[in-house]
Design a protein. Structure first.
Length: 389
């Protein structure tokens, strides 16, 4: 048994691996000197214990900090872990938080239900007028831009100017750092679901915070205690996904614009919400704040029934939550609400959300046009195959 547990390991290869191996270990052998205590006391040590950090997480963090122009990044196990660590490391009873009425549903639950139960004073206001609702008595502002699924923008520079004293935290998941760099606009701490565009392949759940070293170190201490680790293999996959990030984002931007324009020209579509369309009410702000407009959009059709018929009618676009992967996804947000106690108000029942993927744009448009035609005259498109495609 002892020999099984301590085999004679063949010599490690002399060459240096071109890609970083997956450090699939939960713990590391420590030096038997005072250096061990220094490693144990360090912030995010890479060779101590995987809940504290790992070489794979450190590699992804270096790339993510660079993308955002941040001093430091912290990788955690999901986007919600990033949101939670960012907020919980900066609030206590009595902290005055101002946030939007429109946020990703679980973030809204955290703001509206969880934080107030600990005595945090949270005020939720209409997103477009966030800058009018904050002032120098605000301790923390939390924004998400563009928001999900309405694609409304928050004017980050205006909010920064209106709340000079507040810690400004922004969820940049929809825009991604390719299209918006919030730290350059005065934001203090950026959170993102790396599950989406950053990884880009719908095969990883992860989250990231970026910002000044002091804020990231504090968030690391909160995450160390709460324990939402990003495991080495997930971090490794994320670092791999990040290698093609700008190439994917350029294509998401081009495809998003092409699909938005095609939908806007379709007679069965009553509205398209995409910041890249000149008709978007905040198009000028989008041009100032975003380098490109991304692959996320939402659109409405005549009725809730028509929306569910379109959802049933697509073949290429698959009915699945999440976003930012290589494949086009479609959802009907109203039918997915009221789960897990998460609610969002004011979502049009005739609205569909699209995460435009990397397919040929003509194929995505043809799929949507066929589904819109089938919804207008039921029976024109044959039944979906058993896997829904
Ligand atoms: C804008 C936004 N923020 C945060 C999250 C949470 O990310 P995760 O699912 O990785 O926890 C999501 C998930 O869809 C999101 O859309």
């Amino acid at each position: 048994m002892t020999r099984l547990l301590h085999p004679d390991v063949p010599a490690r290869p002399g060459g240096v691996p071109v890609t970083t191996p997956v450090y699939q270990t939960s713990t590391y052998e420590l030096p038997r000197t005072a250096e061990a205590a220094q490693i144990a006391e360090a912030v995010a040590p890479v060779g101590y214990y995987t809940r504290y950090g790992s070489p794979n997480a450190a590699e992804a963090e270096a790339i993510l900090a660079d993308l955002d122009g941040a001093e430091r990044a912290l990788l955690v196990g999901s986007g919600m872990a990033a949101v939670s660590a960012a907020l919980l490391s900066n609030v206590r009873a009595g902290t005055r938080v101002v946030a939007q009425t429109d946020h990703y549903t679980a973030a809204l639950t955290l703001l509206r239900d969880v934080l107030p139960s600990f005595g945090v004073e949270v005020t939720l206001v209409a997103q477009e007028s966030l800058q009018d609702a904050v002032d120098d008595t605000t301790d923390l502002v939390y924004a998400e831009t563009p928001s999900n699924p309405a694609m409304v923008l928050t004017d980050l520079a205006a909010v920064r100017a209106a709340a000079p004293r507040a810690l400004f935290v922004v969820d940049n998941t929809f825009a991604s750092p390719y299209n918006t760099r919030p730290l350059d606009l005065g934001v203090d701490l950026v959170v993102q679901s790396a599950t989406k565009y950053l990884n880009g392949h719908s095969d990883v759940t992860a989250g990231v915070l970026t910002g000044r070293a002091e804020l990231i170190d504090r968030a690391w201490d909160t995450a160390r205690v709460l324990g939402p680790t990003c495991h080495p293999f997930e971090a490794w996959l994320l670092a791999r996904g990040l290698r093609t990030f700008p190439l994917r984002m350029a294509r998401h931007n081009a495809n998003g614009q092409a699909v938005a324009e095609a939908l806007a020209a379709h007679p069965a579509v009553t509205a398209v919400h995409y910041p890249g369309l000149p008709g978007h009410p905040q198009h000028e702000l989008a041009r100032r704040q975003m380098a490109g407009f991304g692959g996320m959009l939402s659109f409405t059709v005549a009725s809730a029934e028509a929306a569910t018929a379109v959802l049933r009618g697509t073949r290429l676009a698959r009915n699945a939550v999440s976003l930012g992967g290589t494949e086009t996804l479609i959802t009907h947000p109203v039918s997915l609400l009221f789960t897990h106690g998460d609610t969002a108000t004011g979502i049009d029942p005739a609205l569909l959300r699209l995460s435009v993927g990397l397919e040929e744009p003509e194929d995505i448009i043809a799929d949507l046009v066929a589904a819109l035609s089938a919804a207008a005259s039921p029976g024109r498109r044959g039944p979906a195959s058993p896997d829904g495609r």
